[in-house]
Design a protein. Sequence first.
Length: 228
Amino acid sequence: MRIAAILLAAGSGQRFAASSPGGAAPPKQFTLLGGEPVIRHAARALAPHVDLIQPVGTHPGVADALAGLNCLPPVAGGAERQDSVRAGLEALNALPDGQSPDVVLVHDGARPFVPAELTKAVIAALSSHPGAIPAVRVADTLKRVEHGVIAQTVPREALWRAQTPQGFHFNLLRDLHRTHQGPVTDDAALLEAAGQTVAVVEGSDDNIKLTHPEDLVRLERLLGHTPL
Ligand code: C5P
């Protein structure tokens, strides 16, 4: 089974930049963590489990950040995350005969510390399901809030937070991306809409997506570089 990973790095990281001092930080996936860009950690974490990595994003930092790692040349992303995923899928589809993958993992370049066991579990689940994602159970009590007051307490027993890498049979995800209309925030949603089964494997609280500056403090702690 040939396995590819799409490594997403085409986001502008606006939430991260807006909340950083001066509001002019580079896109979050290039933030240095232990002296190396976040996306380089992400690529290194995936590399042992896949045959090829397709980066998406042509920010000038991408090539430097991934230098020396065994990645395909980056391709341009799109305005929305799903446009960037589709660009990665089309690049993999255009590889010469026999090189396109059987399965693809789609991973946020802003998630540097995906545990090896988690990636292996997603790949293993693809032998019996067309899609598989890591997710963690919601721990907090959930409130639906309207106009600043609680409208409802939402039962949380069946609620999970989706992470990446999300894995799929390659041809299926490619075809769903070609035909789907409307916004989605992850790839599993396309399979759900098409009535396809998506397995859920246990995610990890260490699989943090760098979104806000305080996430960087947690990531530094995981590295053992606690700032203070
Ligand atoms: O914005 P969000 O946190 O959901 O982004 C998740 C990942 O998707 C990031 O690695 C980001 O670079 C990527 N992305 C992308 N193209 C976009 C938007 C986000 O590659 N248009």
